[in-house]
Design a protein around this ligand. Structure first.
Ligand code: SAH
Length: 228
């Protein structure tokens, strides 16, 4: 697979960016990063026709890629600097990873499902994106040996903010994560770790994500009840 220089359809991309802006995302660097990533590359051929619609789409293994406006919002909330070292939990199809790679120095991404991780790595490499490391593991435990991180983004929802992730944040680092007991009542939270170790939590409203399954997330059995 060789997709270096692959250009997204300009009209459809403009339409997607317009709906992201209409949703209130104003960060120009985030919008620019999104403009550079062809979303269809991360989808199955049957889904590619919807690539620029502002909807979430299936990516296999009962998982979904988030709506572009949610990806944009979460990325904006991370306030990524160009020298940042980031951790992403829930690689999925790799679309969010690609956007983070455009903004940060290096992205460490963790996915629990091997197949998704493998495909995401192939797509990112095909696009010539190389400033990331990927592993298959339980992301609720973070990536200890690479910590601390300037920012951590979690794209699946657990019942609480995993302690391990808070521990792996730098001072003034930000963790953006959906949290809630079920898909109907999740909130998008941003936890900032202050220099004195105090945590400031902000709530950015309702969201709906697939379950974060793991030691500091929800159990697999409970998760299947959640989806079903
Ligand atoms: N950001 C992704 C969204 C994928 S959906 C994208 O752009 O496609 C969320 C992903 O989180 C799923 O792929 C799911 O398998 C993964 N996930 C759930 N619990 C996890 C855990 N404990 N560790 C790592 N990945 C997890």
């Amino acid at each position: 697979m060789h997709l270096r220089g692959f250009k997204p359809n300009a009209l459809r991309m403009q339409r997607m960016l317009a709906s992201v802006k209409a949703a209130g995302v104003a960060d120009l660097q985030v919008l620019q990063a999104m403009a550079e990533v062809p979303r269809e590359v991360f989808l199955a051929p049957t889904q590619a026709v919807h690539a620029y619609d502002d909807i979430c789409l299936p990516i296999g293994e009962m998982q979904t890629i988030s709506m572009p406006k949610v990806v944009a919002r979460m990325t904006e909330l991370l306030e990524v600097k160009s020298d940042a070292k980031l951790l992403e939990i829930g690689t999925g199809c790799g679309y969010q990873t690609a956007i983070l790679c455009k903004l940060a120095r290096r992205v460490f991404t963790v996915e629990r499902l091997e197949n998704l991780s493998k495909n995401a790595v192939l797509r990112l490499q095909a696009l010539g994106i190389n400033n990331f490391s990927a592993k298959v593991a339980d992301g609720t435990l973070g990536w200890d040996i690479q910590a601390p991180f300037d920012g951590i983004i979690v794209t699946a929802a657990g019942d609480k903010v995993p302690d391990a992730l808070v521990k792996q944040l730098k001072d003034n680092g930000k963790l953006v994560i959906p949290v809630g007991p079920n898909e109907q009542s999740q909130r998008l939270l941003r936890v900032t770790k202050m220099a004195d170790n105090r945590l400031v939590t902000e709530d950015f409203g309702p969201v709906a994500f697939v379950p974060l399954i793991g030691e500091q997330g929800v159990e697999k059995v409970k998760a299947s009840r959640r989806i079903g």
